[in-house]
Design a protein around this ligand. Sequence first.
Ligand SMILES: Nc1ncnc2c1ncn2[C@@H]1O[C@H](COP(=O)(O)OP(=O)(O)OP(=O)(O)O)[C@@H](O)[C@H]1O
Ligand SMILES: [Mg+2]
Ligand SMILES: [Zn+2]
Length: 476
Amino acid sequence: MAARYEVTASKYRPKTFDELAGQEFVVSTIKNSLLNGQIAHAYLFSGPRGCGKTSAARILARSLNCEKAPNGPCAGMDSNVCDNCRTISQGASMDVIEIDGASNNSVNDVRQIKDEVLFPPQSGKYKVYIIDEVHMLSASAFNALLKTIEEPPPYICFIFATTELHKVPATIKSRCQQFNFRLIPVETIQEILKKICAENNIKAEDDALFWIARESTGSMRDAFTLFDQVTSFSTSANGINIRSDLIREKLGIIGLEKLNALSLSCVENDGLRSFALADEILSSGIAIEQFVIDLTGYYRSLLLIKNGVTRESLLGFRPSQFCAKTLETLDSIRLEQALDILLDCYRNIRYSVSPRFDLETAISKLTWLTKWVSPIELKDSINAAKSILTRGGSLSPSSNPQSSEPRSVPEAPKAQVSGSGDGRSLTDEFQKMLAAKENTDDDDVPMWNNSAIKSGKENPPQVENVLSVIPGTVIQ
Ligand SMILES: Nc1ncnc2c1ncn2[C@@H]1O[C@H](COP(=O)(O)OP(=O)(O)OP(=O)(O)O)[C@@H](O)[C@H]1O
Ligand SMILES: [Mg+2]
Ligand SMILES: [Zn+2]
């Protein structure tokens, strides 16, 4: 009979503290307390899914009962392993009790624990209760636990694990030593996957393993699960060969080249090409949600690069792999706007008549992103215009550092603004406004300098100068 297939996550569950990746702080603290014999009554392990909480709880349980090592349990399952470690690993020990908090969450379940703790361990030094998903216990179950975890018999150790620390009452937290598990860095996950490939004669492109590591967003279990999925479709008669292009094809992921092409057509304001590219991507079987997620991730990476980030693990790719023209054309303000557009699009998709329409609208907005002006820029420009008006004298924007400030931002949209739309130009409107101001005695706007108004009235080009610093204005 063929050997039973074992998923990578359980095959590679860490058996010792040294194998627990990315949790150095937790590991060193627990190792120290084991060495010094400072064992707490209760531990609370919290952190994101699949980052080693249950594994660490089991390692700690074995360490407490191991007959050999003082600062960690025997490794592996060979003949050198002590009896206690072996039975605990096989799940056959009477001294280590694992309880799923999600399905044993009532006060009666806790009462049973309270009765059991009165009996000492059978073969080890400690009787260890590992309660997983502890946040699922009911309020009365938590209350029933309080006394037991505060003053248990000396041979009892509770290890609680949870992904939702905020749901654990403060009364429980304050009776436990707390350890926050962290997301595992992409590089660490990639290294572990590389090692597993080497051990199992699996060929894998670095980029492909990096992609798996990145997709798993810090969870080692997610990385192993995705790795198993990728391995299964990368298997051929010649063995296993994990390749990026195959992953893209099988899992419907947009490659960076396509995103670069799309962003380029957007900064070139080429709507036709942008829509054609989007259609091509969707026709290749990419789901709309995935499309929006990938495009959002792309613009996020551009924003990070614009702010000096170069770390590949944060960007997903090397900075040089992103479209140079897009990077050069869009500044942080417009990249933030791109992200706003796409994040909005993602939120709207759920309630949309047609998610495709939302995506196309977002792409359309991206094609005129270069012309978009932020409210802050508009405000700065209006302030600059005011400043020109109040100072009278020379109204040339180039001779005025403040008025030239808005010019430092990328080209503002040159939308045709023609007054009220009835043929009168904005300049006419402005002239009228100045005239009206001159005809009133009302001087309640101190920043309006009368001589400036006069000079503006007598000299229309100066008025045009003022208006020209306001983005979105074309003087007619
Ligand atoms: N820090 C780690 N180092 C190495 N492998 C890990 C690590 N964390 C998780 N794994 C892998 O992921 C699997 C699941 O880990 P574990 O059950 O310890 O996670 P967890 O934090 O308890 O997750 P959950 O919150 O979903 O219960 C392990 O079998 C192991 O293969
Ligand atoms: Mg767990
Ligand atoms: Zn042992």
